[in-house]
Design a protein around this ligand. Structure first.
Ligand code: NDP
Length: 397
C-alpha cells in the first residue's frame, strides 16, 4: 500500500541513510537534509576544519567487526578487512617463510619472557618429547590467532625457526592496514609482482627488512673470516685458531631472550681469561666444540644464513657462566635457601642469578631476585598514589 506521508530525515550519515531505506521499504517518502555536499556523515573523513562538523580521523579503524556491524541485508564483501579502516595507505608484508608470532604481553599482562624464560620450563623443554613440545607451544600461539588463517604459518616448527616478537601485527592484519603477501617474484618499474600473481602491485616505498650479513671488514680475513654468515668462534666468542687468544666478539648470538645479559656473561668470561685467572682448553677441544654447535644448528634449523648464531637463552647462559663458576647451584639453594631456590627454579631466570656466586658476585642479587615482581608490577601502578619506590641496583650502589 502506498503511503504518501513525507518523512523528514535530518542528516545523511549512517543513521540517515538507513532511515531513508527503512522509509522506502514502507512506501513512505523520505526527504533527507544533509548540511554538506557528501553523504556519510561522521564516517566520511574530511580534511577541512568546519565548525560543528565532526569527522573521523584518517587513521580511524572501526571497533566492531565488519560482520557484526553489517546492515542486516547487506553483508560486506570478503575482501574488506574485518575491522574496516579509513586510511587508504596499504602496507604489504611479504614473507617467504612465514613466522611464529610471540606477543610481548604474556599471561596476566606480564611480559612474555617473564613467564616463559624459566628454569622449570627449560627442564620440560629439554626433557619433554620434542614433537609434543612443538605441538603444545604452537597450539598456545595459535589460540591467540590462527597463524594459518593469517597466512603466516611457517613450514618449520616453532623451535626450529627464530620467532617474531610483535604485538601489533595480528591487529593490523585484522584491520587491513597490513596485507600479508608471499615472496616478491620481481621488482617492476613502479612496484612489485608477488609470487603466484601476474598483476603488478604499485608501491611507493620498499623496506628490505632482510636481516644482517655477518662480516668484519675491519679485521684481516686471516684473523677472522666469515662465509655465508658462518663464523667460527669458540662459544660464539673467541676465534680458536689465533696464536694469541686476545680477541673476543661480544654478543654475536641470536637468542630468544635478552641479548644484553649474554654480552655481559661473555665479557665477564673474556675478562677473566685476559686476567689469566682462567684458561681456554686446547685447540682441538675448542674446534670440536665449534663443530658440534654447527652440527646441532644444521640439524635443528633451516639451511639458511639466518641460522648460524642461534642460542637457547638459559642453556647458553648456564654454559658460559659455568666456565667462570657463576652458574647458580640450585641443589645447594634447595637445601640452604628454599625461598630463593623456589624463585630461581619456578620464577623467571633473571640475570641476577648469575651474580649469586662466582667472581664479583653481588650481595644484592638475592634481594633483586626476590623483589623482581615488585618492579614488574610497580611499573604498572602509575595511578596508585600510595606506591613506594622499589629496591633498585642504583639504591644498592
Ligand atoms: N626485528 C626485531 O624486532 C629485532 C631484531 N633483532 C635482531 O636483529 C637482527 C636482524 O633482525 P631482522 O632485521 O628482523 O632480520 P632477521 O634475520 O631476523 O629476519 C630477516 C627476514 O628477512 C627474510 N629474508 C632474508 N633474505 C630474504 C630474501 N632474499 N628474500 C625474502 N626474504 C628474505 C627472512 O626470511 P627467512 O626466514 O625465509 O630467511 C626473515 O624473515 C637479528 O639478529 C634479530 O635477532 C633484535 C631485536 C629486535
Amino acid at each position: 500500500m502506498i503511503n504518501n506521508k513525507q518523512i523528514c530525515i535530518i542528516g545523511g550519515g549512517s543513521s540517515g541513510l538507513t532511515s531513508i531505506k527503512a522509509c522506502l521499504e514502507e512506501g513512505l517518502k523520505p526527504i533527507c537534509f544533509e548540511k554538506t555536499d557528501k553523504l556519510g556523515g561522521l564516517w566520511r573523513y574530511r580534511d577541512d576544519d568546519t565548525d560543528e562538523l565532526a569527522s573521523v580521523m584518517k587513521s580511524t579503524i572501526i571497533n566492531s567487526s565488519k560482520e557484526m556491524s553489517a546492515y542486516s541485508d547487506f553483508p560486506p564483501p570478503k575482501e574488506f578487512p574485518n575491522y574496516i579502516r579509513l586510511s587508504r595507505i596499504l602496507v604489504f608484508l611479504s614473507t617467504r617463510s612465514g613466522s611464529w608470532i610471540i606477543h610481548r604481553v604474556g599471561p596476566k599482562g606480564k611480559p612474555f619472557d617473564d613467564k616463559y624464560l624459566r628454569r622449570s620450563w627449560n627442564v620440560i623443554w629439554l626433557h619433554g618429547p620434542y614433537k609434543l613440545m612443538n605441538y603444545l607451544t604452537e597450539r598456545h600461539l595459535n589460540s591467540r590467532f590462527d597463524h594459518a588463517a593469517y597466512c603466516l604459518k611457517p613450514k618449520h616448527r616453532i623451535f626450529e625457526q627464530h620467532p617474531m616478537i610483535n604485538d601489533a601485527l595480528p591487529n593490523r592484519i585484522l584491520s587491513g592496514t597490513v596485507t600479508v603477501k608471499p615472496n616478491i617474484k620481481e621488482f617492476t618499474e613502479n612496484g612489485v609482482i608477488f609470487e603466484g600473481e601476474d598483476k603488478e602491485q604499485k608501491v611507493d616505498v620498499v623496506i628490505l627488512a632482510t636481516g644482517y650479513k655477518i662480516e668484519f671488514p675491519f679485521l684481516d680475513s686471516k684473523i677472522l673470516s666469515t662465509q655465508n654468515n658462518q663464523v667460527e668462534l669458540y662459544k660464539y666468542v673467541i676465534p680458536p685458531n689465533l696464536k694469541h687468544h686476545s680477541l673476543a666478539i661480544i654478543a654475536l648470538t641470536q637468542p630468544v631472550g635478552a641479548l644484553l645479559p649474554i654480552g655481559e656473561i661473555q665479557a665477564r668470561w673474556f675478562a677473566l681469561l685476559m686476567a689469566n685467572k682462567i684458561h681456554l682448553p686446547p685447540l682441538d677441544q675448542m674446534i670440536r666444540d665449534v663443530e658440534k654447535k654447527m652440527d646441532m644448528m644444521s640439524k635443528r634449523y633451516p639451511k639458511n644464513p639466518r641460522y648460524t648464531i642461534q642460542v637457547d637463552w638459559i642453556p647458553y647462559m648456564d654454559e658460559i657462566s659455568s666456565l667462570i663458576k657463576a652458574k647458580p647451584n640450585l641443589m645447594f639453594l634447595f637445601f640452604t635457601d628454599i625461598k630463593l631456590f623456589w624463585k630461581c627454579f619456578w620464577g623467571p631466570c633473571l640475570p641476577y642469578q648469575y651474580r649469586l656466586k662466582g667472581p664479583h658476585s653481588w650481595q644484592g642479587a638475592r634481594r633483586a631476585i626476590l623483589s623482581q615482581k615488585d618492579r614488574i608490577l610497580g611499573a604498572l601502578k602509575t595511578a596508585d598514589k600510595t606506591r613506594k619506590q622499589s629496591y633498585t641496583a642504583a639504591e644498592h650502589a
